[in-house]
Structure formats: structure tokens, C-alpha cells
Design a protein around this ligand. Structure first.
Ligand SMILES: *[C@@H]1O[C@H](CO)[C@@H](O)[C@H](O)[C@H]1NC(C)=O
Ligand SMILES: *[C@@H]1O[C@H](CO)[C@@H](O)[C@H](O)[C@H]1NC(C)=O
Ligand SMILES: *[C@@H]1O[C@H](CO)[C@@H](O)[C@H](O)[C@H]1NC(C)=O
Ligand SMILES: *[C@@H]1O[C@H](CO)[C@@H](O)[C@H](O)[C@H]1NC(C)=O
Ligand SMILES: *[C@@H]1O[C@H](CO)[C@@H](O)[C@H](O)[C@H]1NC(C)=O
Ligand SMILES: *[C@@H]1O[C@H](CO)[C@@H](O)[C@H](O)[C@H]1NC(C)=O
Ligand SMILES: *[C@@H]1O[C@H](CO)[C@@H](O)[C@H](O)[C@H]1NC(C)=O
Ligand SMILES: *[C@@H]1O[C@H](CO)[C@@H](O)[C@H](O)[C@H]1NC(C)=O
Ligand SMILES: *[C@@H]1O[C@H](CO)[C@@H](O)[C@H](O)[C@H]1NC(C)=O
Ligand SMILES: *[C@@H]1O[C@H](CO)[C@@H](O)[C@H](O)[C@H]1NC(C)=O
Length: 367
């Protein structure tokens, strides 16, 4: 009989353990881990146990996150929501996750990110992965606002790779004062502008590989110089080795020790320079200033040539005039006679018009 009650108690315990794991998820209390992986879930399941520290809800069809999504999960430190279809994250979605240290939203379709989307009450967030997470470039405006409003002063790592970003709004990172690692690789960035990187005094690694940088302007170089501690990665950009790249090449030479992949940086254009090392791209190689002098000389030569041609045409004109001098003289006399006739005709008619009697005579004659 005792045996039966023991069995009943055991079954009840087992049931309660099962009941505390949401359907289509796997829960391990010993490992403090809950996984709901590739199960076609449309929303965050309810009933996730409070002991959870590692929560993986990946490869599902979740499209929206809000403040109701994660309640009573104060122990979660690692949360991965990668490979869903999340397009909207509301303000204070992660507010209840007081211990959250790592948030992975990679491979989603974020279009609307509310201003305080990533705010966590305890300011505990260290890692934020937004690799391939934005729906398109337009979402960067929402993201910029959220990064400023979410109090992420403790964030150490931010991954924004694979997002088709074309430019970064000014001061987008200016409130991430503890950031150490920033990945911007595999985007379409064409320039680094003033204030793009302001506020990143603690940065240790900046990855800009696989972007669309043809060169770096004085402005961009100044921005990079404002990160004195940061190692840089710049490979796989379509660097264009024409005269405009000189300041960048000189800067590379000066900054060699902080550019991790400096040896592998090569020209992509023009075709004749392909695979040439950027570091070897000194003034002599491009010959820009020699070319300027040559251009000046060419311009002067062309002015002289133009002068000679015009002078020659003038001479021919005068010579033709000289050959025709008799014909011209005759024509001038003819013209003078014609003028005289016309002049006399006018003179006569003027006298007629100005004499009232004459006009009366002509009027009465008409009548
Ligand atoms: C979180 O973890 C602590 C310590 O392990 C535990 O005492 C607490 O009950 C947990 N919180 C919840 C909501 O289960
Ligand atoms: C806030 O975070 C600290 C460590 O970062 C932790 O010791 C503390 O328990 C957290 N507070 C709450 C309310 O979770
Ligand atoms: C949790 O995230 C930290 C980084 O914040 C990482 O080092 C650790 O391996 C992660 N743990 C699990 C189980 O994913
Ligand atoms: C972010 O997620 C992507 C894809 O899931 C992964 O490849 C990358 O290593 C992650 N970034 C970091 C900094 O862990
Ligand atoms: C990004 O997507 C939004 C919503 O579909 C659209 O309105 C916007 O034009 C797109 N922007 C770009 C740059 O494609
Ligand atoms: C965020 O995006 C939505 C839709 O694209 C837009 O209506 C809203 O103004 C944006 N918010 C901010 C703060 O840029
Ligand atoms: C770069 O990102 C695109 C998506 O934006 C992805 O399809 C491609 O595989 C990525 N390339 C590399 C080398 O990671
Ligand atoms: C960038 O800043 C410099 C001075 O630091 C200024 O001369 C230049 O006009 C600025 N460029 C832009 C696009 O604002
Ligand atoms: C450039 O280098 C790549 C790989 O190192 C090689 O495949 C390619 O043939 C080279 N191109 C030229 C024009 O030298
Ligand atoms: C860097 O510049 C110095 C002097 O301007 C020059 O002597 C040196 O060869 C350059 N280094 C490289 C690798 O081009």
C-alpha cells in the first residue's frame, strides 16, 4: 500500500516536471537549459521554467516580441532567438530578464525596433548579436534610436555584420561607452563620416572587412584615429588605386601596427593595379604629381597650337581680301549709289508729308 502511494507521489512529481516544460520544447533542469528548436512556433511559449539560464528558441516562425513574451525569467543569462522571422521588437521586451548577458537576434527581419527595445533593468547585457537581423537598410534609423535609448552602457560586443548597411547615422554608437568589439563586416558601407564612431573610446576591435570602401577620406581617417586603442580589419574592400588614394596609403604606412590585415590589403581597381599591395602604393608608384606636370605642359602646347592656327586663318582671310580688291571697290561704289537713291526718295516724301497744303491737295484729289 505504501508502495502505491510512493508510486503516485512519484508520478505526480514526474507530471509536474513535464508540465513545467512547454510543449515542443526540451527542458533540462540540471543544465538550466530550455531548447525549442525548429518547431514552427508562432510565438514565445508560456510556462518556461524559472530555473532557465540558457534559452534557445531558434528556427521557428516567431514574428513579434513584446513585454509579455518573457515574464518571470529573471535567471536567463543567454537568450538566442536566431533564425526566426522577427520583424518587430516592442519597447521593454527584455525588461524582466534581470540577468540577461547575451542576446542573439541574428537571422531575423527586424523592420520596427521600438526605442527602448533592448533596455534591461539591471544593465546586465554584454553581447548583442544583430548579424543579418535587419530587414533592410531603412531599419538602421530605428536601430540607431534603440541603441541610444536602451541604456546599453555595459555592452561589450555588438555584431552588425551581413546587414546591407549603406551608411551609419551619425553618433549611432555614442551611448555604447563600454563597447570593446564591433563587427560591421559584410555590409555595403561606402564611407566613414564625421561622428560615425564617436563615443567608442574603449573599442578594441573594429571589423570593416567585406564592405564597399574604395578609399578612406581624410574625414574617415580622422574617425579611425579617434579610436586609439582599436585594432582594425579592412580586408576585402574594393580599394581603387588612383591618385585619390594617396592620403589613405600614407595613413596605412603610419598605422601599420594597428591594422591586423595590413599585409593582405590590395588594390581591386584599376585592372592594371589589381593585387598590388596598398602598402606599396607610395607617391612614386602612382606618379600622380608627374602626371600633373605633364598635363600642364600638354595644356600649354595646345594653347600655342591654337594661336598658330588662328593666325594662319587670319592671314588667308587678308590674302583673299587683297585678291578681290577690285571687285570689292566696285561693290562699295554700287552700294553707295544705291544708298544715295534711297536717301533722296525719303527726302522727297518727307517734304510732301510735312507740307499740309500738298497733303490736302492729294486728299481732295482722292475724293
Ligand atoms: C533563479 O535562481 C535562483 C537561484 O538558483 C532561485 O533561487 C530562484 O528561485 C530562480 N528564480 C525563479 C523565478 O525560479
Ligand atoms: C544585477 O546584476 C548583478 C551582476 O551584474 C547581479 O549580481 C544582481 O543580482 C542583479 N540584480 C538582479 C535584480 O537581478
Ligand atoms: C552564454 O553567453 C556567453 C557570452 O555572454 C558565452 O560565453 C557562453 O558560452 C554562453 N553559454 C551558452 C550555454 O551558450
Ligand atoms: C552572431 O551570429 C552569427 C550567426 O548566427 C554568428 O555567425 C556570429 O559568430 C555571431 N557573432 C558573435 C560575435 O558571436
Ligand atoms: C525597407 O522596407 C520597408 C518596408 O517594407 C520599405 O518601406 C522601404 O522602402 C525599404 N527600404 C529600402 C531601402 O529598401
Ligand atoms: C521606426 O520604423 C517605423 C516603421 O518603419 C517608423 O514608422 C518609425 O518612425 C521609426 N521610428 C524611429 C524612431 O525612427
Ligand atoms: C554576406 O551577407 C549576405 C546577406 O546579407 C549573405 O548572403 C552572404 O553569404 C554573406 N557573405 C559572407 C562572406 O558572409
Ligand atoms: C567633417 O569635419 C571637418 C572638421 O573636423 C569639417 O571640415 C568637414 O566639413 C566635416 N564634414 C562633414 C561632411 O560634415
Ligand atoms: C590576384 O590574386 C588572386 C588570389 O591571390 C588570384 O587568384 C588572381 O589571379 C590574381 N589576379 C591577378 C590579376 O594577378
Ligand atoms: C613608409 O614610409 C616611409 C617614409 O615615408 C618609407 O621609407 C617606407 O618605405 C614606407 N613603408 C612602406 C612599407 O611603404
Amino acid at each position: 500500500m505504501l508502495d502505491l502511494t510512493q508510486r503516485i507521489v512519484f508520478c505526480a512529481l514526474l507530471a509536474s516536471v513535464y508540465a513545467s516544460c512547454p510543449p515542443r520544447c526540451e527542458c533540462s533542469e540540471a543544465a538550466h537549459t530550455v531548447k525549442c528548436v525548429s518547431k514552427d512556433l508562432q510565438s514565445i511559449p508560456t510556462g518556461i521554467p524559472g530555473y532557465t539560464r540558457n534559452l534557445f528558441i531558434t528556427g521557428n516562425q516567431i514574428s513579434r516580441l513584446g513585454p509579455e513574451s518573457f515574464k518571470g525569467l529573471e535567471n536567463v543569462t543567454n537568450l538566442s532567438l536566431s533564425n526566426n522571422r522577427i520583424s518587430e521588437v516592442e519597447s521593454l521586451t527584455f525588461k524582466g530578464l534581470h540577468s540577461l548577458r547575451s542576446l542573439d537576434l541574428s537571422n531575423n527581419q527586424l523592420a520596427v525596433i521600438h526605442p527602448e527595445a533592448f533596455a534591461v533593468l539591471n544593465q546586465s547585457l554584454r553581447e548583442l548579436n544583430l548579424s543579418r537581423a535587419l530587414y533592410n537598410h531603412s531599419a538602421v534609423t530605428n536601430l540607431s534610436t534603440a541603441l541610444r535609448w536602451s541604456s546599453l552602457e555595459t555592452l561589450r560586443g555588438l555584431d552588425l555584420s551581413d546587414n546591407s548597411l549603406i551608411f551609419l547615422p551619425p553618433r549611432i554608437f555614442s551611448y555604447l561607452s563600454s563597447l570593446r568589439r564591433l563587427r560591421l563586416s559584410n555590409n555595403s558601407l561606402v564611407a566613414i563620416q564625421n561622428s560615425t564612431l564617436s563615443g567608442l573610446e574603449q573599442l578594441e576591435v573594429l571589423d570593416l572587412t567585406l564592405n564597399a570602401l574604395k578609399t578612406l577620406s581624410e574625414e574617415g581617417l580622422q574617425e579611425l584615429d579617434s579610436l586609439p586603442r582599436a585594432a582594425l580589419l579592412l580586408g576585402e574592400n574594393p580599394f581603387t588605386c588612383t591618385c585619390g588614394i594617396e592620403p589613405f596609403a600614407q595613413w596605412l604606412n603610419r598605422s601599420q601596427n594597428r591594422i591586423r590585415d595590413v599585409e593582405s590589403l590590395t588594390c581591386a581597381f584599376p585592372a592594371s593595379m589589381r593585387n598590388t599591395s596598398l602598402l606599396a602604393m607610395g607617391t612614386m608608384t602612382l606618379g600622380c604629381h608627374e602626371r600633373d606636370a605633364a598635363a600642364d605642359l600638354a595644356l600649354q602646347t595646345s594653347y600655342v597650337f591654337l594661336g598658330i592656327v588662328l593666325g594662319f586663318i587670319g592671314l588667308i582671310f587678308l590674302f583673299v581680301l587683297y585678291l578681290n580688291r577690285k571687285g570689292i571697290k566696285k561693290r562699295i561704289y554700287d552700294m553707295r549709289d544705291a544708298c544715295r537713291e534711297v536717301w533722296e526718295g525719303y527726302h522727297y516724301r518727307f517734304e510732301m508729308d510735312s507740307d499740309p497744303r500738298l497733303s490736302q491737295v492729294s486728299n481732295s484729289a482722292d475724293v
